[in-house]
Design a protein around this ligand. Structure first.
Ligand code: ATP
Ligand code: MG
Length: 661
């Protein structure tokens, strides 16, 4: 056995040994669900189940890479490579890359992520005359996503204008041989459902399926799972209904609570011991979650008795909140020698992040941010990826329009409009219209277009031939098009120029590495699109420092020391949830946050918060009143610091906290 069975408690061991038929592990936070299924997978390998038939699906890229790493440590190297550990979305990409042609798409389809989607929706809104009415593209996108996930036809959407935009959006994605994130799931499910031969191939390919964080699957993901897993249903799902935090995205707690409806006679395993957090943390978290109605009663006991009290600190403002935490972290790190990687600051909304970052920067504390603006949002990165997307699939209009005239090459706005209109008339892509340039284009534009398409074809050939390193080819392309020169010329100063040049080099380097590993351009693009999935960005994991992370992205993770900031009405619970009457989900979110902490947990709230440059009075979150006081200590920043806290006061305060005299 490649792991120590005695390191598991009896219920965990039972789950590890129950390899056949459906298994449901229903248990609270930190009870070792993820650890148990990881051991279970390694046990499968020991029992001779071929590693390449094992599939584990998780919710975020980060969780997938963590699980993959843990499994890798337990099984032999070859097996580790053969086991598939991925997210739902990347699983769907794998399925679609081999069979999407059955659904009328071409194999080289492009995945449109947030920015591409917004670009396309904006275009459609403007064309349909909705721009004057100030229709928010983001809202339209989320309505479309909701309809798609709920299986509601666009024609039945509430707002007729949105319905029209949604239909046009769907048509154009098809014309451009592109799909969005929701399509990945929808199309994969459709493919498996409509083509039993494809489904059977998948069922033979993966005979053992595990799903972590199952409480956050939606009905579409459930249907996909049903297609994927046939009799005798060797499927194991793991979850905690108290941690369901994606209701707003259609997650169905019913999937877990009614699991037996989908997969009959499952073995149900409950885990009751929490190995992660001290008793004080678990006690406090439990006292919060009991305020939710209609939940399943669950035992959750800590195996770490005692522990430090939870601190609730009221702050005069958000700047002080950040400053206080930064000071304290410096102290923890310098005096107590606590590694920065053991510390996380959790927040509800991205707008809270700026102050926190500033506080950390002022103290020169390195940090990594998960869930906010990422590498892929940088202009140059988006440009270069757009070039690559065009090389892979020229029919994708959005990236094509993005780079057509970047750098300027005489295919300006007017030409773009003519080309787009023409493509719509012909029911094809802009690229196709470039092949037969419409008459009303100027001769100059026509020449430029010919030059451009020739260039793209040339590089498309080189990039996909496999004969050269793709990174080198990309660099040449960026030089030949004059892109690098253009970026240089358009930078405000040297610093900006360096930064932008660095971003270009980063992509080139990434592509070089991918090329060396034998990856294709398509594979590289898939991975970069999937890395942009919502709020987690795996590359960030490699950076060192304190973790700044949204509550949503923190699911499944653990840190010895956790700060939970901004516990105010309107933030947590979020304003929208108060309006919509969904504060139970916010309570679960806070429950997730508190249960990330292993040893120390600090909750803060501010009586004044800056918003759009103005001061707003803050009111403590109602959740704070719900926490049982047994292990809670209430503190006030002003009392701790006095009127004008000096560096020395802070130092003394922290010495007191540690019990130094
Ligand atoms: P979450 O609900 O937050 O996803 P989880 O149930 O998946 O939590 P894990 O992350 O698997 O819990 O485990 C929490 C911690 O407890 C980990 O550090 C894990 O190594 C430890 N742990 C789990 N089971 C045991 C055990 N039997 N003995 C010792 N440590 C354990
Ligand atoms: Mg887990």
């Amino acid at each position: 056995m490649s792991f120590d069975l005695s390191s598991l408690n009896p219920a965990q061991a039972e789950a590890v040994n129950a390899l056949d038929g459906p298994v449901l592990i229903l248990a609270g936070a930190g009870t070792g669900k993820t650890r148990t299924v990881t051991c279970r997978i390694s046990h499968m390998v020991d029992r001779g189940i071929p590693a390449d038939q094992i599939l584990a699906v998780t919710f975020t890229n980060k969780a997938a890479s963590e699980m993959s790493e843990r499994v890798g440590q337990m099984v032999n190297k070859a097996a580790g490579k053969e086991i598939t550990v991925c997210t739902f979305h990347s699983l769907c990409v794998r399925i679609l890359r081999t069979g999407i042609d059955r659904l009328g798409y071409k194999q080289n389809f492009t995945i449109y992520t947030g920015n591409d989607q917004t670009g396309l929706i904006k275009q459609i809104i403007i064309r349909k005359g909705g721009a004057q009415e100030k229709i928010e593209p983001g809202l339209v996108i989320s309505l479309i996503s909701k309809a798609k996930n709920a299986g509601i036809p666009f024609s039945e959407m509430d707002d007729p204008f949105v319905a029209e935009v949604a239909q046009a959006y769907a048509n154009e994605l098809r014309a451009q041989n592109a799909v969005d994130f929701d399509d990945l799931l929808l199309l994969a499910e459709q493919l498996l459902r409509e083509f039993p031969d494809v489904r059977d191939i998948c069922r033979k390919r993966w005979t053992r399926v595990t799903v972590d964080e199952f409480q956050d699957t939606n009905s579409l993901q459930m249907r996909l799972l049903q297609q994927l897993v046939g009799e005798p249903y060797h499927v194991c799902v793991v979850g905690d209904d108290d941690q369901s935090i994606y209701g707003w995205r259609g997650a169905e707690v019913a999937n877990i609570l009614q699991f037996e409806k989908f997969f009959p006679n499952p073995k149900i395993i409950r885990l009751e011991y929490n190995y992660r957090s001290s008793d004080s943390i678990i006690h406090t978290a439990n006292s919060l979650i009991v305020h939710n109605v209609g939940r399943r009663e669950k035992q959750l006991r800590s195996v770490k008795p005692g522990g430090e009290d939870i601190r609730i600190i009221s702050m005069p403002g958000d700047a002080e909140e950040a400053e206080f935490i930064a000071h304290e972290i410096t102290d923890l790190h310098r005096v107590e020698k606590i590694p920065l990687e053991d510390i996380a600051i959790l927040f509800r909304t991205n707008s809270q992040c700026r102050h926190l970052e500033q506080g950390l920067r002022e103290e020169e504390i390195p940090y990594r941010m998960i869930g906010a603006q990422s590498f892929y949002d940088k202009r140059e990165v988006r440009d270069i990826l757009a070039y690559l997307q065009v090389l892979a699939n020229p029919s994708a209009d959005i990236p094509l329009l993005r780079i057509m005239n970047s750098p300027p090459r005489g295919i300006g706005q007017a030409a773009a409009i003519i080309l787009t209109d023409n493509s719509r008339l012909r029911g094809g892509s802009v690229w196709e219209s470039m092949g037969v340039p419409p008459e009303d284009l100027s001769t100059r534009a026509k020449n430029s277009i010919l030059e451009f398409t020739t260039l793209i074809m040339k590089y498309r050939e080189r990039m996909t031939s496999g004969a050269e390193n793709m990174g080198d080819v990309l660099l040449e392309l960026m030089e030949e098009t004059g892109y690098i020169e253009w970026v240089k010329r358009n930078s405000k100063n040297e610093k900006e120029m360096d930064m932008r040049r660095n971003s270009i080099d980063d992509v080139v380097q990434q592509l070089k590495d991918a090329s060396k590993k034998g990856k294709t351009l398509q594979k590289f693009l898939d991975q970069s699109a999937l890395a942009r999935d919502r709020e987690d960005d795996n590359d960030i994991e490699k950076q060192k420092g304190v973790t700044l992370i949204t509550l949503h992205a923190s699911k499944g993770l653990e840190y010895p020391i956790v700060y939970l900031v901004g516990l105010e009405e309107g933030i947590l619970p979020h304003k929208r949830s108060i309006e919509e009457g969904t504060t139970d989900e916010e309570r679960r979110l806070l429950y997730v946050g508190i249960t990330r902490a292993q040893d120390r947990c600090t909750l803060t709230w501010c009586s004044v918060r800056m918003k759009w440059g103005q001061e707003h009075a803050g009111e403590a979150s109602k959740f704070l009143m719900e926490l049982d006081d047994k292990y809670v200590e209430h503190m006030d920043y002003d009392d701790i610091m006095g009127e004008e806290a000096s560096e020395e006061d802070l130092a003394n305060f922290f010495a007191d906290m540690r019990g130094d005299s």
